[in-house]
Ligand binder design. Structure first.
Ligand code: NAD
Ligand code: ZN
Length: 363
């Protein structure tokens, strides 16, 4: 089969690799029908995630079809369409029993495209298949559910739920990339009073309005703290969601929050940020961090099935899986290409999607 293989910082190739096989009786082999690329894949390619060994197949988001199951797999069968999310769950450790799958100590957690071969491939070995994949309800397309593999549950669990968004709240979301936009989308499940999107890129802020933000602030040329204070009668936001991952934006969240408010950090940080305890200690501010657990995927699936959530708006570009390398170029140049999420589809050569990909590439 072919797959997108990481060969060390800056190096990747779509190339021939051995077909995956069942290693543990709890494994399944899934044919990848749709996959996508994440900002963390770009971090890996920059060399920011040294745990990823050269030779690893990248990717941790996919919808596929089960083609083989190990002897111990009982709840999924060959032919089932499944969502394979970024988090794998052993189902047995303390954290899996508490539905904190992201913290799994039994060999799960974020392993695809990180510690084991990932999902930007023709086929993948899925460990702990019974407790890790979600059957796709009949009638839903790959694209309707694909973004439940990472951005939707991440923004909802680590942003909205950790930040305890309540009806009427002013929610400030710093960063309007795929994660920030997914936070804007899922915060609305809790009927906030006002969503304020903050970003440096006007095109992203325009998207934020389309996704449901009420107010936008470009903090490159506006004082975001002053503007949030003005909007909230001098108090600050009830909830601030950090969706960038740099020290400035974390510190901004702690400045625009009201006394007793909640800062939910979602961004992955590579550098030390300053925690101004000398200002915060008296303000009763709660700060949370976390990796996604994907424990809300079944609920989000029901919302999609019920027509109450439509993540297909994230799909800005389509490519054949075999064109994953080009898809990385487009996704990696998001400021110019306006890419949010690219959809990589396994399609027979000559299929109409190839044309769509050409259109997307030439656009
Ligand atoms: P992205 O890079 O696509 O988007 C980031 C956005 O932040 C961009 O629109 C950019 O213009 C904006 N930005 C950059 N610097 C800014 C600044 N100083 N002030 C305001 N806006 C600024 O990233 P993404 O894919 O949306 O992901 C966001 C963060 O979430 C990343 O750090 C990512 O690694 C992290 N993440 C965390 C988890 C988790 O489980 N905690 C999971 C997935 C992703
Ligand atoms: Zn576990």
């Amino acid at each position: 089969m072919k797959a997108l293989v990481y060969h060390g910082p800056g190096e990747k190739a779509w190339e021939l690799v051995p077909d995956p096989t069942i290693i543990e009786p709890t494994d399944a082999i899934v044919r990848i029908d749709s996959s996508t690329i994440c900002g963390s894949d770009l971090h890996i390619l920059k060399g920011d995630v040294p745990a990823v060994m050269p030779g690893t197949v990248l990717g941790h988001e996919a919808v596929g079809t089960v083609v083989e199951v190990g002897a111990a797999v009982t709840t999924i069968a060959v032919g089932d369409r499944v969502l394979v999310s970024c988090i794998t769950s052993c189902g047995r450790c303390r954290f899996c029993k508490e539905a904190r799958y992201g913290l799994c100590t039994g060999g799960g957690g974020w392993i695809f495209g990180h510690l084991v071969d990932g999902l930007q491939a023709d086929f993948a070995r899925v460990p702990f298949a019974d407790t890790s994949v979600y059957k796709v309800p009949d009638g839903l397309s790959d694209e309707q559910v694909l973004f439940l593999a990472d951005i939707l549950p991440t923004a909802y669990e680590v942003g909205v739920l950790n930040g305890r968004v309540e009806p009427g709240d002013t929610v400030a979301i710093v960063g309007a990339g795929p994660i920030g936009l997914a936070a804007i989308m899922t915060a609305q499940l809790h009927t906030p009073g006002r969503i304020v999107a903050i970003d440096l890129d006007d095109a992203r802020l325009e998207k934020a309005l389309e996704f449901g933000a009420d107010v936008t602030i470009n903090n490159g040329n506006e004082d975001a703290v002053a503007k949030v204070m003005e909007l909230t009668g001098g108090l600050g936001a009830d909830v601030a969601i950090e969706a960038v991952g740099v020290p400035d934006t974390f510190e901004l969240c702690t400045e625009l929050i009201r006394p007793g408010g909640r800062v939910a950090n979602v961004g992955v940080h590579g550098k030390c940020a300053t925690l101004h305890l000398e200002k915060l200690w008296i303000r009763g501010v709660m700060i949370t961090t976390g990796l996604v657990d994907t424990s809300t995927v079944p609920m989000l699936l029901r919302l999609i099935e019920g027509g109450r959530l439509d993540p297909t708006v994230f799909a800005t570009h389509h490519f054949a899986l075999a064109d994953t390398e080009r898809a990385y170029d487009i996704f990696g140049a998001a400021a110019e290409t306006k890419a949010l999420k690219v959809v990589l589809q396994a399609v027979p050569v000559g299929h109409e999607l190839i044309e769509q990909h050409e259109l997307a590439f030439n656009a």
